[in-house]
Design a protein around this ligand. Structure first.
Ligand code: ATP
Ligand code: MG
Length: 577
C-alpha cells in the first residue's frame, strides 16, 4: 500500500477526552474515529487489523468444526419476551421506537430459533455455530474508546449438544480454540472463573488481559494455581471466634454515628470484625402483582458485600434498597440498620442472611433499626432466629487461598473473551427440543462463547506500546514492513525504494506500507512510522545510499542496522520474525 493513496489521518497530539493508552493511540494512529459517544467509525488501518483478528478467530472456529453464519442485528420483541431477557437486559438493550424490534446485544435467542425446527433428533448433534457481527448495547458509560462501546464487533459462538457430556466436550474444545486465538493475537492473558451474568447457566470462564485500563478485578494466587474474577473469588479467612460471655443484647445511644468507621471511632476500637455491617436489598417479584422480597445482608465491618454473589443466590435483578425503602422497611436510615429488633413495617417479608465469617459470632455490634442507636452483645444465632449463612464477601489482597497454600493478588484486567455452559435455559424457554435415542423429548443443551474484536485489538495495544506509539507484533500487525523513502535531490533514492516495493510485494508477497510521500519531512515520516508501529522499518535515504547502504530499524527495540542495498530485502524479511 502506498501512503499517497492510503487514508491515514495520524495526529500529533493525544485527543483531549482519551485516558487509556489504547484509546489515545488508536485515534492518533488513524485506526478509528469517534462518531458519537460509544460509537466509532473504523478507518482503513483499523479495519486491516480487525480483519486479521477476525480471520484468526475464523480459522480457529472452523478448526473445531464451526459453521459460520451471519444473523441480522434486528430481531423481534417476542423472541426476547419469551426468554424474559427483554426485562433482564433492561436499559442495556436498544429498542427501535417505530417497530416492535430491538438491536441485538447478543444472539442466543435467534440461534435457538434457528435450531428449533432443524435440530430434532439426537443424530443432529453436536453442532458449533458462530458469526462475526455487530452487537449493540446501550452501555451507560461508554469508555476507553472501543474497549467499551455501544456498537462493537463480536464473534459469538454457540454449541448445541444432546448430552451434558457433549456440552463438556464442546466447551473444552472452545476453551482450547480461545487459547489459540489469544496466543496468536499476541496477548498475555489469564483464564479466570467467572460469574455468568445475564445469561444464566453454570460453568463459566473469562479470558482476561491484565491491564490498568481494565474494569474487572481479577484474583491470581501467588503460586498461579488459583485464578478468578473477584466477582466470584473465595479465600480462606478465620471465622470470628466466640467469647461465650452470654451477655444479653443491649441498645445504646450512638449520636450522629452513620458509618462503620465512625462507630469504630466512637467505641474506640480498631478491629472492626465484631461490628456487623447491614445492607438491605430488594429482590423484585417475578410476577407482575407479586410481592418483592427484602433481604438484609450482614458482613463483618471490615468487609464489603459482593453483589454478584448475591445475584448468584437471588437472581440478577436484586438491587440495593433506596433510602425511602430503607426507612419504610426498617424504620431507620442506612447507618442504623441491623438484624435485631427489626420491626418490618407494612408486612414486608425480610430475609436475613450473613456472611460465613459471622457464623459463630457473639458480642457483635450492629444498628438498632432506630436512628442514632446501636445494639451490642448480639449473639447472631441466638438473637437472629432463622438467619442463614452464605459466602457474601469480597475477597482482599493478601488473603490465603481456600487450600491455604498461597496468597491472593488482585490485578485490574480487560475481559476479552467469555465462555460458558449455558445449559437448557434458552431452548427450554423457546421450546427447542429433540428426540433422544429412546424417543424421549429433551431440550437442546447449549454453550455460549463470545470474543470482542475491537476490544481484543485495543487490549493488545494496552500491552504493546511505548511513548512513541503502538508496537505491532506477529500475526495482527497491519503491515509487516514500513518502507520509508526519504526522497533526495536525484531520482536514485526513489528508484531504489520503488524497486524494493515491487520486489517485496509482488515477488515476496510481504505486506508493505510504502511511505512514498514527497513533500513530507523525514522527521514527520519517522514519527508516523513509530506511531503506527509496523514491526520493521526499511529506510532508503541519500546519506546511506552514498555508501551503497540502507537502514533497517526494528520498531520494538529501536535497534538500527545498516545493510548494503543488495541485502536489504532479505535482511528486512528475516527481521519480520
Ligand atoms: P462486560 O462485562 O465488559 O460488559 P460482558 O460480560 O457483558 O462484558 P459478554 O456478553 O460476555 O460481555 O460479551 C462477550 C465479549 O464481547 C466480551 O468478552 C468483550 O470482549 C466483548 N464486549 C462486550 N461488551 C462490549 C462493549 N461494550 N464494547 C466492546 N466489546 C464488548
Ligand atoms: Mg462477559
Amino acid at each position: 500500500m502506498r501512503l499517497t493513496k492510503f487514508f491515514l489521518p495520524t495526529l500529533k497530539d493525544d485527543p483531549v477526552d482519551a485516558v487509556t493508552v489504547s484509546h489515545k493511540l488508536m485515534i492518533r494512529a488513524g485506526m478509528v474515529k469517534q462518531l458519537t459517544s460509544g460509537v466509532y467509525s473504523t478507518l482503513p488501518l483499523g479495519l486491516i487489523v480487525f480483519r486479521k483478528v477476525e480471520n484468526i478467530i475464523r480459522q480457529e472456529m472452523n478448526a473445531i468444526g464451526g459453521n459460520e453464519f451471519l444473523l441480522p442485528a434486528l430481531s423481534p420483541h417476542d423472541l426476547w419476551s419469551e426468554t424474559g431477557r427483554m426485562e433482564d437486559y433492561g436499559d442495556l438493550m436498544f429498542r427501535i421506537k417505530n417497530r416492535e424490534l430491538v438491536l441485538c446485544p447478543t444472539h442466543e435467542e435467534v440461534f435457538t430459533s434457528i435450531a428449533k425446527p432443524s435440530l430434532i433428533s439426537y443424530k443432529d448433534f453436536p453442532q458449533v455455530w458462530y458469526q462475526i457481527q455487530s452487537k449493540f448495547r446501550n452501555e451507560e458509560r461508554p469508555r476507553a474508546g472501543v474497549l467499551r462501546a455501544r456498537q462493537f464487533t463480536m464473534k459469538d459462538a454457540y454449541s448445541l449438544d444432546a448430552t451434558w457430556e457433549g456440552l463438556d466436550k464442546s466447551y473444552n474444545d472452545m476453551a482450547q480454540a480461545y487459547r489459540n486465538i489469544f496466543t496468536r493475537c499476541g496477548l498475555d492473558f489469564v483464564i479466570v472463573s467467572a460469574h455468568s451474568g445475564a445469561m444464566g447457566g453454570s460453568a463459566s470462564e473469562e479470558f482476561m488481559v491484565p491491564s490498568s485500563a481494565g474494569e474487572d478485578n481479577i484474583v491470581i494466587s501467588e503460586d498461579g494455581n488459583y485464578t478468578s474474577n473477584i466477582e466470584v473469588a473465595v479465600s480462606f479467612v478465620e471465622k470470628n471466634d466466640r467469647k461465650n460471655s452470654d451477655l444479653p443484647f443491649e441498645e445504646f445511644h450512638t449520636p450522629n454515628i452513620k458509618s462503620i468507621e465512625e462507630l469504630a471511632g466512637f467505641l474506640n476500637i480498631t478491629d472492626k470484625t465484631r461490628l456487623a455491617k447491614s445492607r438491605v436489598f430488594v429482590n423484585p417479584s417475578k410476577e407482575e402483582k407479586g410481592e418483592d422480597e427484602y433481604v438484609l445482608v450482614l458482613v463483618r465491618g471490615d468487609d464489603e458485600v459482593n453483589e454478584l454473589k448475591l445475584q448468584n443466590l437471588f437472581g440478577i435483578n436484586i438491587r440495593p434498597a433506596h433510602n425511602e425503602e430503607l426507612a419504610e422497611i426498617t424504620g431507620a436510615d442506612a447507618g442504623s440498620i441491623g438484624p435485631v429488633n427489626l420491626k418490618v413495617l407494612k408486612n414486608k417479608k425480610v430475609k436475613i442472611i450473613a456472611d460465613l465469617l459471622l457464623e459463630d459470632s457473639d458480642e457483635l455490634v450492629s444498628g438498632a433499626n432506630k436512628n442514632d442507636h446501636h445494639i451490642k452483645n448480639i449473639d447472631i444465632k441466638r438473637d437472629v432466629p432463622g438467619i442463614e449463612f452464605k459466602d457474601l464477601r469480597i475477597v482482599k489482597e493478601g488473603e490465603l487461598t481456600s487450600d491455604k497454600k498461597s496468597k491472593l493478588k488482585i490485578t485490574k484486567a480487560i475481559e476479552v473473551g467469555h465462555i460458558f455452559k449455558l445449559g437448557t435455559k434458552y431452548p427450554e424457554a423457546l421450546g427447542a427440543k429433540f428426540l433422544d435415542a429412546d424417543g424421549k423429548e429433551n431440550p437442546i443443551i447449549m454453550g455460549s462463547y463470545g470474543i470482542g474484536v475491537e476490544r481484543t485489538t485495543a487490549s493488545f495495544i494496552e500491552q504493546s506500546n511505548d511513548d512513541k506509539g503502538i508496537i505491532w507484533k506477529g500475526e495482527i500487525a497491519p503491515f509487516q514492513i514500513n518502507l520509508i523513502c526519504l526522497s533526495g535531490k536525484t531520482d536514485e533514492v526513489k528508484d531504489l525504494a520503488e524497486k524494493y516495493y515491487l520486489e517485496l510485494t509482488e515477488q515476496k508477497k510481504i505486506e508493505v506500507l510504502y511511505d512514498d510521500r514527497e513533500e513530507v519531512r523525514p522527521g514527520v515520516k519517522f514519527n508516523d512510522s513509530d506511531l503506527i508501529g509496523i514491526p520493521v522499518q526499511l529506510i532508503v535515504g541519500e546519506r546511506n545510499l552514498k555508501d551503497g547502504n540502507v537502514e533497517i530499524k526494528i520498531r520494538q527495540t529501536g535497534e538500527k542496522i545498516i545493510v548494503s542495498k543488495d541485502d536489504a530485502v532479505s535482511k528486512a524479511i528475516e527481521l519480520i520474525g
